[in-house]
Design a protein around this ligand. Structure first.
Ligand SMILES: [Mg+2]
Length: 362
């Protein structure tokens, strides 16, 4: 069989225990429970992708995502990976209603192609990998937990703390103060995951500044359809207001940028790989701040997102820390971010790097 033909596919579940529940204002993950997808080419080269399923954010389910990946695999079988752009278009038509599955399928196509060409994935996006260092997320919890957590990661070299807010004004302030006390020189990002009104966002930032804390970015303060609210807060603050839940398509990106929103969070699981690149170009054309983000994802798709951000360059904010929350070893190969948050992609010889353990024996 021709080396470039897609011979077969597999879909599997990727599970793993977490070091702590990943809790944000809109819901919680107790464990990693994602879907992974593998393509095998005629000559035996494989490519893998991961679908980070976030029911409380996107409404997608594991069951629906695995079914969508099976349909994608059946469509891909027998096609030639050399025509990857056409494959991307076909996948986008078929998987537009399940973006995590779309991202996983595109990822597997690119991983297989990069392995076939024997190049690391970032080379598809640029001539050299930009330094890519993630923040670490302080999930919803007590101020004491936030303090201990920040101390723990500060000692490992982490310099940026992203605090999940939006449950209780005073508690959130106390948690931010605890992080500041534990890590006085560190940068602070805020993410409210749609929890506030415009007035609540203003009042929180005002009180935070009274406590001597200036955030570097405020992510998704208001509801996803409140573009005007995001734009109003963008005018108010001297740091970017970053749309995350409000950005789910290229059309959303155009609307947000035209309204004057000052930051966009690109996640492969919301947009897929091809559409993420289109949003990147649009944001760069207009000089909007860019964050590279993710759902709860293992090393596989987190490292893929790091290749994307590192190859393209010009991301102001990197939020690819969820592998650090996964206790079980779910992948073999490239180990992902070091405890200080750095993704050293120069260690990846070909493709994305990590391979899910469920596939490494097949
Ligand atoms: Mg967010």
């Amino acid at each position: 069989m021709k080396e470039t033909l897609i011979r077969s596919f597999s879909v599997a579940r990727l599970r793993g225990a977490l070091t702590q529940p990943f809790t944000i204002s809109s819901g919680s993950h107790k464990e990693l429970d994602n879907a992974v997808f593998m393509l095998r080419l005629g000559g035996g080269v494989r490519g893998c992708g991961e679908a980070g399923v976030a029911p409380h954010i996107t409404g997608e389910t594991l069951e629906g995502t695995m079914a969508a990946l099976k349909r994608a695999g059946e469509w891909l079988e027998g096609r030639d990976i050399s025509s990857f752009d056409a494959l991307f278009r076909g996948l986008r038509e078929r998987l537009d209603r399940n973006r995590a599955a779309l991202a996983a399928a595109e990822m597997a196509v690119l991983d297989a192609l990069a392995r076939l060409m024997k190049v690391p994935l970032w080379r598809f996006y640029g001539p050299r990998p930009a330094k890519t260092v993630t923040d670490i997320t302080v999930v919803i919890g007590t101020p004491e937990q936030a303090f201990d957590f920040a101390k723990f990661y500060l000692a490992r070299g982490m310099k940026i703390f992203k605090i999940k807010v939006g449950i209780d004004h005073d508690d959130d302030l106390r948690r931010a103060a605890a992080v500041r006390k534990a890590a006085p020189g560190a940068a602070i990002f805020l993410d409210a995951n749609c929890a506030w009104s415009v007035a609540e966002a203003r009042s929180f930032v005002r009180d935070l500044r009274r406590a001597g804390i200036r955030p570097s970015v405020l992510e998704q303060p208001v509801k996803r359809d409140d573009i005007e609210g995001l734009a109003a807060l963008s005018r108010d603050f001297d740091f970017p207001v970053c749309a995350d839940e409000s950005l789910y398509s290229l059309q959303d990106a155009v609307r947000l940028i035209r309204a004057g929103v000052t930051g966009l969070n690109i996640k492969l699981m919301k947009l897929g790989l091809a559409q993420s690149l289109e949003v990147y170009r649009l944001a760069k054309a207009k000089g909007v701040s860019l964050m590279m983000g993710e759902m709860l994802e293992s090393r596989l798709s987190s490292v893929c997102a790091a290749h994307f951000a590192a190859g393209l360059g010009g991301f102001d904010l990197i939020d690819l820390d969820t592998p650090l929350f996964i206790k079980d070893r779910a992948t073999a190969g490239f180990a992902g971010p070091s405890p200080d948050g750095n993704y050293d992609l120069s260690k990846v010889r070909s493709g994305i790097g990590p391979v899910p353990l469920v596939f490494s024996r097949r």
